[in-house]
Write a new protein. Structure first.
Length: 127
């Protein structure tokens, strides 16, 4: 395995573990999830559906043949998180942009581990 692919897998593991944990606690509907949904202005009953959507998107992402589609789906999912935090007036760097940080790791990990993506989106060095 190339060094780039190894680094890509490590970078990928961080958001995957976070999102898996996040999806599971939504599916379990634990008290902090219910409280955060309420604080964001969403009915707590939506946690189950949103957790299921998150888990499906994550499964599509971790499947090698569909990882690019999964990254696209997760980007859309995380965009909803940004919108929710901005709507509530939450702090920009710590709350509102946190889903963007996760998305950057999702795409960065995929970029490093999938040569086809590096060909599609080349990073060029200045001559």
């Amino acid at each position: 395995m190339k060094k780039t692919q190894l680094v890509g897998r490590v970078v990928t593991a961080i958001p995957v573990l976070f999102l898996a944990f996040d999806a599971v606690i939504k599916l379990m509907q634990i008290r902090p999830v219910v409280e955060s949904f309420t604080a964001l202005g969403y009915p707590a009953g939506l946690a189950l559906g949103i957790g299921a959507i998150e888990l499906v998107c994550l499964l599509v992402y971790v499947t090698p043949l569909t990882s690019a589609l999964g990254a696209i789906l997760l980007t859309g999912y995380l965009g909803g998180g940004v919108a929710s935090h901005v709507r509530m007036g939450d702090p920009l760097v710590s709350h509102s942009l946190f889903p963007v940080y996760v998305a950057v790791m999702i795409w960065g990990g995929l970029f490093l581990r999938d040569e086809r993506l590096r060909v599609l989106i080349p990073v060029r060095k200045t001559p």
